[in-house]
Design a protein around this ligand. Structure first.
Ligand SMILES: Cc1cc2nc3c(=O)[nH]c(=O)nc-3n(C[C@H](O)[C@H](O)[C@H](O)COP(=O)(O)OP(=O)(O)OC[C@H]3O[C@@H](n4cnc5c(N)ncnc54)[C@H](O)[C@@H]3O)c2cc1C
Length: 456
């Protein structure tokens, strides 16, 4: 079976993933600051020019390889996180958390904020149907450990994405319509707040903000999530030639957002053709029947749940690469002119990836958590792996071509080129998020790019 990554990469076939970093020189720490930081923490403190700094500072998207933070602190444990936050308060230095470094927009690095690297906080534990995950736990490990107990959580398909950033932005994957977003499964967070205190958060405005509001509010040191029992899954894929893309989109749009919630289906559109694929928590026979309206000649199969997740993941350790991306939500069924616009957008050279929403994702109200896009039929990710200048142009053109058919944007597919980005990510929830920020972090200590600023 073809992997999700291969399906997505098709549009980028043959393209060179050149790293053309958008350089940003480090603001340096003073000697006093650096000495105090080293004294405060047990983990490594890496600063510009020091050994290990260059390896420690880079993130998954090589587009940000030129960004040089004043320091990277590799926290060993929660005590280290508390120590960094207290240090930052003393010297009034901004911080940005990093778990897996997969943020599209380089939002876990910064030229001015010290990076708090949580990679080592990667524990995966279980108790009574609840998984307790460290923010640095990678999805591949999480799926494997849960599958050994016949359990899962809904999450993304890339095995090296970490729980921390994923859950704070929402978390969409191939069990999404069945079980909801990753953030919808959270029962509590352990955090270090802006005062350097350790807190359990399971209620109130901070709990609301952490489910979709991103990394502006606290540093998450553990997440507890309700697991679901699942042992096998069916899967399918069906490809369409270039000339059938509009028809493929019409068929997919009619079926996927309103299908039984056990089915989560994705459609990719490229200049060469279209591919629909997805996962069904039921039998392959039922799946075959269900996807009949998609036409074409589908490949259908089933396997134990872990094997299916491995297939979606493809490479267990995908290489770092440079890309530009954006996203948008569509709430109404596309008209014929809408479908033409989507195909024209794919003809810019960018790949469009449409994730069906509905089902459990749309059950909560738009203001139930900070993640606001609960009325979407589907999200559209626009992505290009060409050299950065070309990729940005393709993505901008493609998004413009479809802009009139949707709105908003998905924080986990953050786009640094987006105007009014925070409104796009949080819609009508933005004002409340700003008030929460004022309440929990009035000094704006936690400062990811395109983050929430305190209300004035
Ligand atoms: C190849 C690839 C595939 C992907 N597939 C999917 C997918 O299928 N579904 C999906 O929903 N998303 C997907 N994503 C997007 C991914 O979920 C987001 O980029 C997510 O933010 C990555 O989390 P991270 O911890 O690895 O990233 P990071 O870059 O470490 O963090 C991202 C943001 O979260 C903040 N943050 C991270 N950890 C913490 C913490 N512990 N406390 C406070 N703030 C924190 C950071 O400051 C930053 O702003 C994919 C990304 C990539 C690169």
């Amino acid at each position: 079976m073809i992997t999700r990554r291969q399906l997505i990469a098709r549009g980028a076939a043959g393209a060179l993933a050149l790293a053309l970093p958008e350089a940003a020189e480090a603001r340096r720490l003073t000697r006093t600051q650096e000495r105090a930081l080293r004294t405060a923490v047990r983990g490594r403190v890496l600063v510009p020019g020091g050994s290990g700094y260059d390896a420690a500072r880079v993130v998954f998207n090589t587009r940000w390889d030129g960004v040089k933070p004043p320091a990277v602190v590799q926290a060993r444990d929660t005590a280290d996180v508390r120590a960094v936050v207290r240090w930052a308060d003393r010297f009034d230095v901004p911080l940005v958390a990093r778990s897996g470094g997969h943020g599209y927009s380089g939002n876990s690095t910064s030229a001015s904020a010290v990076v708090v690297d949580l990679d080592a906080l990667d524990a995966v534990r279980f108790n009574d149907g609840i998984a307790t995950l460290g923010p640095g736990a990678r999805l591949g490990d999480v799926y494997a450990r849960l599958a050994s107990r016949g359990l899962t959580i809904p999450a993304g398909s890339c095995p090296t994405v970490a729980v921390g950033g994923l859950v704070l932005g929402g978390g969409m994957g191939l069990a999404g319509r069945a079980f909801g977003l990753t953030c919808d499964r959270v029962t509590s967070f352990d955090v270090v707040d802006a005062d350097g205190r350790r807190r359990r958060v399971d209620d109130g405005s901070l709990f609301w903000a952490l489910r979709g509001g991103g990394g502006s509010f606290a540093i998450v040191t553990a997440v507890r999530l309700r697991t679901r029992r699942v042992t096998t899954a069916a899967f399918f894929s069906v490809s369409y030639p270039r000339g059938a893309r509009e028809e493929a989109l019409q068929r997919w749009d009619a079926l996927a957002p309103k299908a039984p919630r056990e089915l989560t289906a994705i459609l990719t559109l490229t200049t060469d053709g279209a591919t629909a694929f997805g996962q069904y928590l039921g039998s392959p026979t039922a799946l075959r029947r269900l996807i009949r309206p998609l036409g074409g000649v589908p490949t259908v199969g089933s396997a134990d749940y872990r094997t299916v997740q491995r297939r979606w993941a493809g490479n267990a350790n995908p290489p770092r690469s440079a890309f530009a991306a954006s996203s948008m939500y569509v709430t109404k069924r596309l008209t014929a002119s809408g479908r033409r616009a989507f195909v024209a957008a794919a003809d810019t050279g960018a790949t469009l990836i449409l994730d069906a929403y509905g089902g459990a994702i749309n059950r909560p109200d738009g203001d139930a958590t900070a993640f606001p896009h609960r009325d979407a039929r589907f999200s559209v990710q626009v992505i290009s792996y060409r050299d950065v200048a070309t990729a940005r142009t393709q993505v901008r053109r493609a998004r413009k071509a479809i802009a009139q058919y949707g709105g908003g944007a998905y924080l986990n597919y953050a786009d640094p080129d987006l105007t009014h980005a925070t409104r796009g990510y949080w819609g009508a929830n933005l004002e409340r998020l700003r008030r929460v920020k004022r309440e929990v972090d009035p000094a704006n200590r936690f400062r990811p790019a395109q983050g929430v600023r305190p209300a004035t």
